[in-house]
Design a protein around this ligand. Structure first.
Ligand SMILES: Cc1cc2nc3c(=O)[nH]c(=O)nc-3n(C[C@H](O)[C@H](O)[C@H](O)COP(=O)(O)O)c2cc1C
Length: 217
């Protein structure tokens, strides 16, 4: 599966099967995490067969069931955007392996998630991981004009990039970002709101994958 297909097919999944992740897939995920940590300086850690992080007491928004695995997104302070960018690389990699995910900032049990946290580091967010009961549902997309300056004569790569950005997960589906283009130079800014810096990193990853890095700077 190509990255762009993973972008189209990925939706947040909150209900999971009890089925464990096979050792071979776990190994591939671990290798990818190590590559990302080397490249980014992040300290992402994977936890498998640890159901307590998502055991909810009462039904509410963001209720999870059956989730036993997650990535703990740890890194030095001030790395919100990198957390988003590299976390989304991992999310799409997991999707390509046939797994499902959900970014989770609020609705997990904080006391049950205890990754290693080095000096100057913090736990930003977790990403639930496993085999979904379903593949989830597409989120409502903002109009292209709300998130970009895309015009009728915009190049094909820019359209593909904006489409991929709109498909990105954002906190409470806020999609608070704005792309502008000058020739082959692209800028994107985050709006005001919770977690918009992490969202910005996620959206940048999706844009790059959709537009093709070779087409713009
Ligand atoms: C930074 C961030 C934080 C999120 N926090 C939560 C959360 O605490 N609980 C939850 O159930 N979903 C959470 N989500 C998932 C979003 O609600 C979801 O991505 C959004 O509604 C779009 O839907 P989709 O991922 O299915 O495309 C979060 C997503 C992001 C990017």
């Amino acid at each position: 599966m190509k990255t762009i297909e993973a972008i189209e097919q990925r939706h947040s999944v909150r209900q999971y099967l009890e089925k464990p992740i096979e050792a071979e897939l776990a190994g591939k995920l671990q290798d990818e995490i190590e590559a990302i940590n080397r490249e980014s300086g992040l300290h992402i850690q994977m936890f498998l067969n640890e159901p307590e992080a998502f055991q909810a007491n009462k039904p509410s928004y963001g209720q999870f069931s059956g989730c036993r695995n997650y990535f703990a997104m740890v890194g030095k302070k001030g790395m919100d955007e990198e957390v988003g960018y590299y976390g989304q690389r991992l999310v799409l990699f997991a999707q390509q392996l046939g797994l499902n995910t959900c970014w989770v900032a609020m609705t997990y049990k904080k006391g049950k998630v205890t990754p290693q946290i080095g000096s100057g580091e913090k736990l930003y967010i977790v990403i639930a991981l496993g085999y979904g009961k379903t593949q989830g549902v597409p989120h409502k997309l903002k109009d292209v004009s709300e998130v970009s300056d895309q015009t009728e004569d915009a190049p094909e790569w820019y359209r593909r990039g904006i489409r991929a950005a709109l498909l990105a997960p954002t906190a409470v589906n806020q999609q608070k970002f704005k792309f502008t283009r000058n020739g082959d130079k692209v800028s994107v800014k985050a709006g005001l709101g919770f977690y918009t810096k992490i969202d910005l990193g996620i959206v940048k990853y999706n844009f790059e994958a959709g537009a093709g890095k070779e087409n713009f700077s």
